[in-house]
Design a protein around this ligand. Structure first.
Ligand SMILES: [Zn+2]
Length: 230
């Protein structure tokens, strides 16, 4: 399958890529095209119908149970509007500003992460730390844009390794003229704590570096780790 545009690494239609419906819309109207409320409603209605069948297969008479009667629709809505939101919405255009000679790291830590593993559809909760180094004559982005990028990449089905790479790639593409990008993700996976081995408290850390963060003669990487700790 074809990648939709340069901000996306995962193929269209994959759990960690954009949805086939958004991709079809973008193919016609460009990368900023959005699904209408009615188009999202149609996705929710169809997904809800199939989730009802899923519950039937599990021996749940959901139509008779007052707590479950609307559950197929609730679940489908949660996927489209919250849990997999990043697959149904394009990232808003991000404006950048001249950095006026600043040439240190720009770091934002402890960005909350709520995601879902592609393998088991269980919650992933954690924190993301992001840094980049603008060129002295380069550009910086508004700080909350880094939070938006995390939302865009994490509100999908993910595996942490690929999500770390996807966040890194988006920051690298959007912070034009940067000379390095660093990303660390630390997260607890409910597919490890609630099912399978059932080990609560185990955490996974992943990092992705580029540019001057990988250079031998700089302190950027150790400074980044220090920022992550503080
Ligand atoms: Zn999993």
């Amino acid at each position: 399958m074809k990648k939709q545009h340069s901000l996306e690494l995962a193929p269209v239609g994959y759990a960690n890529g954009i949805s086939t419906q958004l991709a079809a819309k973008q193919a016609q109207h460009g990368n900023q095209a959005r699904l209408t409320t009615a188009e999202k409603e149609a996705i929710i209605a169809e997904a809800a119908q199939h989730f009802g069948h899923f519950l039937n297969a599990l021996g749940c008479n959901w139509q008779q149970d007052p707590n479950s009667a609307d559950t197929p629709r609730r679940v489908a809505k949660a996927y489209v509007h919250d849990l997999w939101q990043g697959r149904y919405e394009p990232l808003n255009n991000i404006t950048s500003f001249p950095c006026d000679g600043y040439n240190g790291q720009v770091f934002e830590g402890n960005i909350p992460l709520t995601s879902m593993c592609s393998h088991h559809h269980q919650t992933i909760l954690g924190r993301v730390h992001i840094a980049y180094i603008p060129r002295q004559d380069g550009q910086v982005v508004g700080l909350s844009k880094l939070n938006r990028i995390v939302e865009q990449c994490s509100r999908r089905g993910t595996i942490q390794e690929q999500m770390t790479l996807a966040i890194h790639h988006m920051v690298d593409q959007i912070c034009t003229g940067n000379i390095g990008v660093a990303v660390m993700v630390a997260a607890e996976h409910h597919c490890v704590s609630c099912r399978g081995v059932k080990h609560a408290g185990a955490a996974m850390k992943t990092t992705q570096f580029s540019g001057d963060y990988l250079a031998q003669n700089t302190d950027y990487r150790s400074e980044f780790y220090e920022f992550c700790r503080s």
